[in-house]
Design a protein around this ligand. Structure first.
Ligand SMILES: C[S@@+](CC[C@H](N)C(=O)[O-])C[C@H]1O[C@@H](n2cnc3c(N)ncnc32)[C@H](O)[C@@H]1O
Length: 310
């Protein structure tokens, strides 16, 4: 089974489970940039490991966090120290401390506070109210920051740091319309917009007009693209696949999500990938660029030598 690198920040709609499927569909012959106008957690691009990439999102806190890693303001050691200290206070004071950090973050917008909140809030959700304040409640686990959990997060931060050091990645806070203005023929665009009518918050809302704009732009795009969207669940189907996207190629994959803890509440959802190039046969193995494997080796080296300066 393919190992998927999980990023330090989680978000709703994270595509970790679909990464192997997406990697199989990507046309690896692209020579330009990997462009992700809706990066969210970044899990897709971080597993593609492109040499040149633009990761964009309308949420400034996500982008600040990654820019702080790239600039070195945040690194594995700082994250470890911070989470050990904050996690210890959380375990003593419980939810009151969570709400204290939430209030602090809404004033200072410190990237480390964002990480802390993201990793102990309810379901790793990212949601901001109309004033632009983070408003997700506590996830009810005061003992959240165990040594093993912190080490996992530290490794996730180090991974992004090392990969970005060896590649040309930029993280930009901007609307998708801006990001899509810059596409060239050699680029590869991966789009994972919010679903119409869901996840509505200050930075993250989506309507038919946006979907239409995205369609028109990608339709004229000189580069190759993959769009992630939903196909259907047991009650509904995505009408835009028929009204807008039907002229392109499409692949689907069943995905299960849980409503509550019971096994009988495991609900199927069909996920779809839409693309403007003929995908390989699903049994054909996709070839990863050797350069990527080299970068993964560098990361292994870095981990072994603990913060070896490369
Ligand atoms: C479904 S999530 C992307 C998930 C991501 N592929 C992952 O696996 O983590 C959609 C993202 O689009 C961003 N977004 C919403 N509206 C946007 C807009 N108008 N322009 C740019 N990004 C937007 C949200 O902030 C959110 O992070």
């Amino acid at each position: 089974m393919m190992k998927v690198m999980i990023p330090p920040i989680k978000c709703q709609g994270i595509k970790s489970k679909l990464v192997p499927f997406i990697k199989q569909v990507v046309d690896w012959s692209f020579e330009g940039r990997w462009i992700e106008p809706f990066m969210g957690s970044g899990v897709v691009g971080f597993n593609i490991i492109p040499r040149d990439a633009v990761f964009a999102d309308s949420n400034p806190h996500l982008i600040n966090f990654y820019n702080a890693i790239v600039s070195g303001e945040i690194n594995g050691s700082k994250v470890r120290k911070f989470l050990e200290q904050q996690g210890e206070i959380l375990s003593r004071c419980g939810q009151d401390y969570y709400y204290e950090v939430r209030e602090r973050f809404n004033k200072t917008h410190e990237p480390l506070d964002f990480l802390f909140l993201n990793r102990c809030c309810f379901n790793g959700m990212i949601r901001f109210n109309r004033k632009g304040n983070f408003n997700v409640p506590f996830g009810h686990k005061p003992q959240r920051f165990s040594k093993a959990y912190i080490t996992k997060i530290v490794n996730q931060v180090d991974y992004v740091y090392v990969m970005s050091r060896h590649s040309n990645w930029s993280f930009i806070c901007q609307d998708f319309k801006e990001t899509l203005k810059e596409i060239s023929e050699a680029d590869f665009v991966y789009c994972d917009p919010p679903y119409v009518g869901r996840h509505v918050d200050y930075y993250d809302s989506w309507n038919e007009e946006n979907e239409q704009y995205l369609f028109e732009t990608l339709n004229q795009s000189p580069g190759k693209f993959i769009l992630s969207t939903w196909h259907s669940n047991q009650y509904r189907k995505n009408v835009f696949l028929e009204t807008l996207w039907s002229k392109f190629y499409m692949l689907t994959k069943e995905h299960f999500y849980h409503v509550g803890a019971k096994e009988k509440n495991r609900k199927p959802m069909l996920e779809a990938l839409v693309m403007n190039f003929a995908p390989k046969h699903p049994h054909e193995k996709s070839v990863e660029q050797p350069e990527q494997l080299m970068l993964l080796e560098k990361f292994a080296e870095y981990q072994k030598s603990e913060r070896l300066v490369l």
